[in-house]
Design a protein around this ligand. Structure first.
Ligand SMILES: Cc1ncc(COP(=O)(O)O)c(C=O)c1O
Length: 380
């Protein structure tokens, strides 16, 4: 075997031996009770989205045909950005082909040492998403990690570096995707402002589910120009794509410096139009949001009754923490045998010793579905 292929094969063997090999799940999902998705508000299959996509396709084509800076800028891209900015309470917004790309491109550009004149000090929650780490790695910047959601610890670290003249940046998710717990956005912004730091918040899992009209945990906070809010269209909006809501100057800077924006074809008008339609539907879904969160509470109560550990979840994302990869995989397989789909999440996605099933609740799940899941978990 070619030497490189041998390295790849050895890696796969080693991952398999540790219970960490990733395999694509079956495409057959009919009739299964599915807790593995991120379509939290059940919007992905709404006919309004398909209609909006079809209409945009007829007007602008199936593909954007180029970067936004070349041929890919359409009225639907600009309309969506205006709407995001209005609803997030920022001056401007910019959309990307995916949330992963948005984080990698924006964080890398915002941390650019050659522009800031020095390596910024980046304070990052320990459990931030891989795409945020990628942005830091692309910028060649070391992260100063604070304990998950521990703002006391963050303050200690900020104090320690207070006299340094290097620029400071704080990175955090708002609802954490693997733990289902929440950051205190107002407190984070207060800290950032008092230390002159830029605050970057990833609302991937909060958009659609939290906020007075469903526009995320940041919706209830008056955002400073030095706060950048990122989110995705791929979770509760049921489509795909990413965005940042930010000051106008930040948008203009990203248009000029974010490689993942400049050198990538604009997202398809089909997905942008469907995303915009989803976004417009969010304010009408308050009852669905309340029911979703109430069901999550029922699930957590049931898990505690079974002696199972749901960590610090307070949202529609509920982990069931088993510890070892083998136990998480075996729980996933046992549930699958009963027609219930969950995701087994293992290191490096989550810390060692916290392998888990990740239960993602969706607005269409019923009390009976939760009961069925609990009964199946109780029989493990
Ligand atoms: C917190 C967080 N940020 C960003 C992303 C990437 O978003 P996308 O799936 O739109 O690429 C994810 C995806 O899982 C995520 O969980």
């Amino acid at each position: 075997m070619n030497e490189l292929l041998r390295h790849y094969a050895d890696t796969l063997e080693s991952l398999n031996a540790q219970g960490l090999l990733r395999l694509l799940p079956s495409t057959e999902r009919k009739g299964l009770l599915d807790f593995s998705g991120n379509d939290y508000m059940a919007l992905a299959r709404r006919p309004e989205l398909v209609e909006a996509a079809t209409k945009a396709g007829h007007l602008y084509g199936a593909g954007a045909t180029g970067s936004r800076l070349l041929s890919g800028n359409t009225p639907v891209h600009e309309a969506f950005e205006r709407r995001i900015a209005t609803d997030k309470g920022t001056e401007a917004a910019l959309i990307f082909a995916s949330g992963y790309q948005a984080n990698a491109a924006c964080i890398a550009a915002l941390l650019d040492k050659s522009i800031l004149g020095a390596e910024p000090i980046v304070f990052a929650d320990k459990l931030n998403h891989a795409s945020m780490h990628l942005g830091c790695a692309l910028a060649g910047v070391r992260q100063t990690r604070y304990r998950h959601l521990d703002l006391e610890h963050l303050k200690v670290l900020l104090d320690k570096h207070a006299t340094e003249s290097r620029p400071k940046v704080i990175l955090s998710e708002s609802v954490f995707g693997m733990d289902g717990d929440q950051a205190d956005i107002a407190a984070l912004q207060d800290l950032a402002l008092s230390f002159g730091a830029l605050l970057y918040i990833d609302e991937a899992h909060a958009t659609g589910v939290f906020g007075p009209r469903g526009y995320g945990l940041c919706e209830a906070v008056s955002l400073a120009p030095s706060t950048v809010v990122m989110g995705t269209m791929s979770k509760a909006l049921g489509v795909s794509g990413g965005y940042v809501a930010c000051a106008g100057i930040v948008r203009d800077y990203l248009i000029n410096k974010a490689g993942g924006f400049i050198f990538s074809t604009a997202p398809s008008p089909l997905t942008v139009a469907a995303g915009l339609k989803s976004w417009e539907l969010l304010p009408s879904l308050n009852a669905e949001r309340a029911a979703l969160l109430a069901r999550a509470e029922t699930l957590r109560k049931g898990l505690r009754g079974l002696g199972l550990d749901h960590g610090a979840s307070t949202t529609h994302i509920v982990p069931v923490i088993f510890g070892t990869p083998e136990r998480a995989l075996s729980a996933r397989d046992a549930l699958a045998a009963q027609g219930i789909t969950t995701s087994a999440v293992r290191p490096p996605t989550v810390p060692q010793g916290t392998s888990r099933l990740r239960i993602g609740l969706c607005a269409t799940h019923t009390d009976q579905d939760i009961e069925r899941l609990l009964t199946a978990l109780g029989s493990l």
